[in-house]
Ligand binder design. Sequence first.
Ligand code: IYR
Length: 234
Amino acid sequence: MNRQLTPPACLLEPLPAYREYPQTEMVDRARAFYGDLVRRRTVRDFDTRPVPREVIETCLLAAGTAPSGANQQPWFFSVITNPEHKRRVREAAEVEERSFYQERAPQEWLDALAPLGTDWNKPFLEAAPVLIAIFAQKYGVHRDGPLKGEKFSHYYVPESVGIAAGFLIAALHHAGLATLTHTPNPMSFLNKLCGRPSSEKAVILLVVGYPKPGCQVPVHGGIKKPLDQIAAWM
Ligand code: IYR
C-alpha cells in the first residue's frame, strides 16, 4: 500500500448545523426516537408493491452520513429491483442456505435459530421490491491522480460498514418501510450478480419493502434485553 505523495492538510470549519435542546426537550426527543425504533421488527413476509425510488435513495444518503475509519466511507450499496436479478439472487442464496441448514450449520446454531423459524427457503428475495446488497470495501483504489489504480488501506471496515447499515435500517424504518437483515452464507455470489470487484466483500443483503397484509413475525425477535443487561454505569 502506497502513501499519498502529499497527504492533504487538515482544514477546519465551524461545526455546522449542531443543535442543543433544552433538557426537557432532549428527554422528549430521546424518548420519541427510542419509541420509533422499538416498534421496528424484522419482517420476512413482504408485499410485492413497489416502493418509491426516492425514499431508497434518501435512506442511502442517510446511511452514507455514517462515521467511518478516516472518513473513508468503505461501503457500497447495490440496489436490486429487477425481477430477473432478484430471481437469480434467490436461486444463488437458496443453494447456500440449503447447504447451511442441511449440512454445514452446527446443531447449536440451528437451535439458536429455531425460535425465529427460519429455513433455507427464501421467497422474500423475489417478493420484496428492493434488495440492497451492502458491500464492505476491504481496501480503496485511487480513482485518479498519479497513484490512479493503486490500492490504499481502509481502516475499521467492519465497524464502519456496520454503523452505515444500522443508519440505513433506522432510516428505512423511519420512512415506513420494513427490512430483513439477511446474511446468506457465503455471500460471494453477490459480487458476480452485482458486478462488484473482488476488493469488496458482501456483508448484508438487506431486504426492503412493505410487510404483507397480515404479516406475522416471531415473538422471539421482539424481546429485547433490559437496560441493566446491556449497560452499566461506573
Ligand atoms: N443465513 C441464514 C441463517 C441465519 C443466521 C442468523 I445468526 C440469523 O439471525 C438468521 C438466519 C438465513 O438467513 O436463514
